[in-house]
Design a protein around this ligand. Structure first.
Ligand code: HXC
Length: 259
């Protein structure tokens, strides 16, 4: 059976694909098989010209309760090194198209690190976000000390990582970990709405803008500004730039083709 750990639905809105983590009994614990399927599905959608934005979700009870502890419990350091699971995560980080997370319930450990690989996050009011690795005698390994600290600052990251205590949706919003908190009945709908709005924009501009925003996490300011400027100039080579500006001048809505 193909893709049974990740369910994929294309064109849930024009230009929008939905991926659903599908290990509900294990609270969507991220085993290696699920992560490989997720990577393959995301890469295929990233290449699919009918898709402009992707939405990743779990279920109301759990987005994902972390990496699969049963799969890791007897591993040695060398086993972990050989398995090299982070190359899969790295491939997810390199997706060109926007990836929006729609989360609810448990968003823990690797589950939260996966969310931090996404570009925006819509959360339900019942969301609990945490980095509980410390309780298991380990620490975060897929960005939970680095991306988290860049996103929320040292003292808040230190509290989450060293205590392992999860935070609620309201606190996650205050800290800038999620874009919006809505009732559980509508978090997926809200994420799809956001995705559909971005899917109407010029795809090449979206792609280069995403790339430039992500560089801000890696580069210093002057390198980042130089990178931004080059992407900005490049967009003047697209038909969509001519279309967008012509539409403005002639007071009509633009129609972007991704050219
Ligand atoms: C494997 C897991 C799991 C996990 C839950 N399950 N989380 N299996 N790995 N991370 C399984 C349980 O074994 C159980 O299966 C079923 O899901 C339901 O879980 P319960 O514990 O019975 O549910 P509940 O009492 O509601 O508690 C929910 C919970 C708890 C608070 C989320 O399950 C929990 O603390 N889970 C672990 C969270 C965690 O430590 N995550 C970090 C993992 S390390 P059975 O068959 O027993 O009924 C990590 C490192 C990432 O993520 C490194 C980068 C990849």
């Amino acid at each position: 059976m193909k893709n049974h750990l990740v369910l994929v639905e294309n064109q849930v809105r024009p230009g929008v694909a939905l991926l659903r983590l599908n290990r509900p009994k294990e609270l969507n614990a991220l085993n290696l098989e699920l992560m490989a399927e997720l990577r393959d599905a995301l890469q295929a959608l990233d290449q699919d010209p009918t898709v402009r934005v992707m939405v990743l979700t779990g279920n109301d009870k759990a987005f994902a309760a972390g990496a699969d502890i049963h799969q890791m419990s007897d591993k040695s350091a060398i086993d972990m090194l050989r398995i090299d699971q982070f190359s899969t995560w790295e491939q997810i980080r390199r997706l060109k198209k926007p990836l929006i997370a729609a989360v609810s319930g448990f968003v823990l450990g690797g589950g939260h690190e996966l969310v931090m690989h996404c570009d925006m996050v819509i959360a339900s009011e019942s969301t609990r976000i945490g980095q509980p690795e410390i309780m298991l005698g380990i620490m975060p390994g897929a960005g939970g000390t680095q991306r988290l600290t860049r996103q929320i600052g040292k003292i808040a990251a230190m509290e989450m990582v060293l205590t392992g205590k999860p935070i609620g949706a309201g606190r996650a919003y205050e800290l800038g970990l999620v874009n919006k908190v809505v009732p559980v009945e509508i978090y997926l709908e809200e994420a799809l709405k956001l995705a559909a709005e971005i899917a109407e924009k010029a795809p090449l501009a979206v792609r280069l803008a995403k790339e430039a925003v992500l560089k801000a996490q890696d580069f210093g300011l002057s390198e980042g500004l130089e990178f931004e400027r080059k992407n900005f100039y490049l967009l003047f080579a697209t038909q969509d730039q001519k279309e967008g500006m012509d539409a403005f001048v002639n007071k009509r809505p633009p129609s972007f083709q991704g050219q």
